[in-house]
Design a protein around this ligand. Structure first.
Ligand code: WT7
Length: 638
C-alpha cells in the first residue's frame, strides 16, 4: 500500500491524487515550478538546452526567428534529419542491439526489430524509394494498417528528405483520394489489407479506387500482409517484398542532411470548413519538441517498454509511436488489431507478455474496455506498469478512476495530455510528480503560457468557461497548412491577431489552482472516439449520395465514443425517406470517408435551420435534439 498514490480531500469535494514517493524520487523533473519559471523567463535558452541534447550535423544560428509572424522558425541555420536522432545516433552506442520495435499482429504473429535491424529495413526501403525517383521535398502518401512497414515507410521517406502524408487506414476512398490529390503525391505505399476483429480490411481495393479518382499516382507499392487476391496493374503496382529483394535495395544509405526548417511530413486534419488541412511539421523543431515532451512527461528511462496504443495514421502515432520514442531510444510496442479480439483481455495479455511499463491510450478505448468488467485485466500480471496516459478527448472521472484503480492498481499516475495535430506534441499535461485531479489535463508544459479568454482576449473569471489560447510559440508548432499559408493565418491566428496568440479551437476553464479543464471544441469539429472529423467533410459525403440534396451534421454525447455523429438530410424532390434509404446513406458515408464517419442516424427533414446568409445553424439542431433552449434565434431566416 505504501507505494500507492492516494486521493485526499483537502479541497472540499474534489479528490487530488498525490504522486507516490518512489515516483517523485525517480522522476527526471523533481521541481516543476523552478523549471517552468526558467522556461518562461528564458524560453529560447530552455529550448536551446533541450536541442543540445540531440545530435546536429550543424548547430543552429538562431533558436527562434519571429521576424515573420505567425510563421515562426526554430533553430534556423541548423542542419539535422530526424533520422539522425531517431536511428543513426543509437547505432554508435549499445542501443544498436536494443529492441526498437516489438510488433504483434492481430492473429498473434510477432516481429521484433533491434535498432540495427530497423536501420537496415529503413535504409533498404529508402533505396527503393530513390529507385522510384522519389526526391527531397516530394510528398509520399502512405495508407496502411498498423504493421512495421508503416513505420519503416515513414522513416525511409524522412531519411531521404522526402515528406510523408500518412492517411489513416480507417479512412476510405474519397478521404484518401482527396488527400493524395492535395499533396500531389506520385507514390503511394499501401498493403493488401490488415486484420481487424478477425476480419481482413480491403485496403488495396480502396487504394485502387482512390487512385482512379486522383490523377497524380504513378507508382503504388503494396505490402503483402493478408495474402488475399488484389488487383495489381502492370507498370504501376509493385510488391514491397519483391522490391526489397532486388539489388537496388541495398542496406547502405546516407541520411540526407536537412535544414532544421525543412518539411518532415504533412498530416491532414479536419477543420471547421472545407477540405481537410495538411498540417506541416519540420525536421528540427519537431524532433526537439516531441523528444522533450515524451522524456519529461512519461519520465522515459532506458529500461522502459513504451506502448502508445494509437494508430500511426494520427498525430499521436506520428509523435509518440514513431518519432519521439525512437529519438529517446525506447523500446516501442506496436499492435495491429482491436483491443477486444479475440477476448477483452487482449491488451492486458500483451502488457503481461512484454512487460509494458507505460501505456498511453484514449478515453474511448478505456471506456470500451471498462465495459467488459474488472475480471479481464485482473486475470493478468500488469505489475510492470509504472505510468499511464490518456489523450484525444476529455476523460470522464469514472473512466479515470477505473484506469487508475484497476489497470494502474492505484500505483500509476495518469498523464492526461492535451494537444493537437497542430501542436506536434503535448501542451497541457501533468508530469509524474504533478498532483492529479481526474478529468483535468492540469498545467502547461515548459515554455507554454496558456490562458482562457473571451472574444476580446480578456481572461475570463477563475472557473468560467472561455476560449483556450496559447500565448507563445514552441518548437513543435505547425509551420503552415500545406499549400495554403493564408488559411493557416486565418484559422489559428486571426482571432487574436492583435495579441499574437494561437487559438486552439477548444473551450476550457481554469480552476483556482491553475488547473486547466478542457470542455470541448468550439468550432464545427466533431470528436468521435477521439478522432477528429469536420461536419463539412461528413456533410459533403452525405450530399455525394445521389438521393441527398442537402445535409447537416451535429455531434451528440455518446457513452462510449464521447461524441457521435447525427445527420439531417433533405432528399431530392419527389423522394421519400425510408429505413432502407437511411441504411444506404450510412453505408455510402462509410464507403466515402470511412467507418468512423458513419452517422448514428440520418433524419429526413424538409428544411434546415439557416441564417439569412445561408449558413446552417447546427447549434439549433443540436439544442432541439437535446431538448434544451435554442438560444438566440435572431439570425435565423424563418
Ligand atoms: C483536439 C485535437 C492530440 C492528439 C490526438 C488528437 C481534443 C486532445 C485532449 C485531452 C481533452 C483533448 C481537443 C483538441 N483533445 N487531447 N487530453 N483532453 N481534449 O489530436 O485530432 O488534432 O485533435 O482533441 O479538442 O483540440 P487532434
Amino acid at each position: 500500500m505504501g507505494d500507492k498514490s492516494k486521493p485526499n480531500d483537502s479541497k472540499g469535494q474534489e479528490q487530488v491524487y498525490q504522486p507516490s514517493d518512489s515516483i517523485v524520487k525517480n522522476a527526471h523533473v523533481a521541481d516543476y515550478d523552478t523549471l517552468y519559471k526558467r522556461s518562461i523567463e528564458d524560453r529560447e535558452g530552455f529550448w536551446a538546452d533541450e536541442a543540445a541534447k540531440l545530435d546536429w550535423y550543424k548547430k543552429w544560428d538562431k533558436v527562434l526567428d519571429a521576424s515573420n509572424k505567425p510563421f515562426y522558425k526554430w533553430f534556423t541555420g541548423g542542419k539535422t534529419n530526424i533520422i539522425q536522432n531517431a536511428i543513426d545516433r543509437h547505432l554508435k552506442t549499445w542501443r544498436r542491439n536494443k529492441l526498437a520495435i516489438i510488433w504483434e499482429g492481430e492473429p498473434g504473429d510477432v516481429r521484433t526489430f533491434s535498432y540495427h535491424a530497423l536501420n537496415r529495413e529503413v535504409s533498404k526501403f529508402a533505396n527503393v524509394l530513390k529507385s522510384m525517383g522519389v526526391r527531397k521535398g516530394e510528398i509520399v502518401t502512405i495508407y496502411m494498417p498498423q504493421i512495421p512497414e508503416l513505420a519503416i515507410a515513414m522513416l525511409a521517406c524522412a531519411k531521404i528528405g522526402a515528406a510523408h502524408s500518412v492517411v489513416y487506414g480507417g479512412f476510405s476512398v474519397e478521404a484518401l483520394a482527396e488527400r493524395i490529390q492535395d499533396a500531389n503525391s506520385r507514390v503511394l505505399v499501401t498493403a493488401d489489407g490488415g486484420w481487424r476483429r478477425g476480419k481482413i480490411t480491403d485496403l488495396k481495393t480502396i487504394a485502387n479506387e482512390a487512385i482512379g479518382r486522383s490523377a497524380t499516382i504513378e507508382v503504388c507499392i503494396t505490402v503483402k500482409r493478408t495474402g488475399q487476391d488484389v488487383y495489381m496493374e502492370n507498370d504501376r503496382d509493385f510488391w514491397y517484398h519483391e522490391l526489397m529483394g532486388l539489388p537496388i535495395a541495398g542496406a547502405k544509405c546516407e541520411t540526407e542532411q536537412m535544414d532544421a526548417e525543412d518539411m518532415l511530413f504533412i498530416l491532414y486534419t479536419s477543420g471547421t470548413t472545407g477540405r481537410p488541412k495538411g498540417v506541416l511539421h519540420t525536421h528540427g523543431g519537431y524532433s526537439v519538441y516531441t523528444a522533450t515532451t515524451h522524456r519529461y512527461v512519461f519520465d522515459i528511462k532506458d529500461e522502459d517498454r513504451w506502448w502508445c496504443a494509437a494508430d500511426p495514421g494520427w498525430i499521436t502515432g506520428h509523435s509518440y509511436i514513431v518519432y519521439a520514442p525512437l529519438i529517446n531510444g525506447s523500446t516501442i510496442m506496436m499492435y495491429e488489431g482491436a483491443p477486444n479480439h479475440p477476448y477483452p483481455n487482449r491488451w492486458w495479455q500483451m502488457v503481461e507478455k512484454y512487460g509494458i511499463s507505460i501505456l498511453y491510450t484514449s478515453p474511448t478505448a478505456i471506456r470500451g474496455l471498462m465495459r467488459f468488467g474488472d475480471q479481464w485485466p485482473q486475470r493478468h500480471d500488469t505489475s510492470s506498469l509504472r505510468l499511464l496516459g490518456s489523450v484525444g478527448e476529455p476523460i470522464n472521472p469514472e473512466a479515470w478512476r477505473w484506469y487508475h484503480e484497476i489497470i494502474g492498481e492505484g500505483r500509476c499516475p495518469i498523464m492526461d495530455t492535451w494537444w493537437q495535430t497542430e501542436t506536434g506534441g503535448f501542451v497541457i499535461t501533468p508530469l509524474p510528480i504533478t498532483p492529479l485531479k481526474p478529468g483535468s489535463a492540469t498545467l502547461p508544459f515548459f515554455g507554454h503560457e496558456v490562458a482562457v479568454v473571451d472574444d476580446n482576449g480578456k481572461d475570463v473569471q477563475t472557473g468560467e468557461e472561455g476560449k483556450l489560447v496559447l500565448k507563445a510559440p514552441w518548437p513543435g508548432m505547425a509551420r503552415t497548412i500545406f499549400g495554403d499559408p493564408e488559411r493557416y493565418k486565418e484559422v489559428y491566428w486571426k482571432d487574436y491577431a492583435k495579441q499574437g496568440w494561437y487559438k486552439a479551437g477548444d473551450s476550457a476553464r481554469i480552476d483556482e489552482d491553475g488547473y486547466v479543464w478542457i470542455i470541448g471544441r468550439i468550432d464545427d469539429v466533431i470528436k468521435v472516439s477521439g478522432y477528429r472529423l469536420g461536419t463539412a467533410e461528413v456533410e459533403s459525403a452525405l450530399v455525394s449520395h445521389a438521393d441527398v440534396s442537402e445535409a447537416a451534421t451535429i455531434a451528440l454525447p455518446h457513452e462510449l465514443k464521447g461524441n457521435a455523429i447525427y445527420a439531417y438530410a433533405i432528399l431530392r424532390t419527389g423522394l421519400q425517406g425510408s429505413p432502407e434509404l437511411e441504411d444506404a446513406i450510412k453505408k455510402h458515408v462509410s464507403h466515402e470517408l470511412g467507418p468512423i464517419a458513419r452517422p448514428e442516424s440520418v433524419t429526413f427533414v424538409e428544411s434546415l435551420p439557416k441564417t439569412r446568409s445561408g449558413k446552417i445553424m447546427r447549434r439549433v439542431l443540436k439544442a432541439r435534439a437535446l431538448g434544451v433552449d435554442e438560444g438566440d434565434l435572431s439570425t435565423l431566416e424563418e
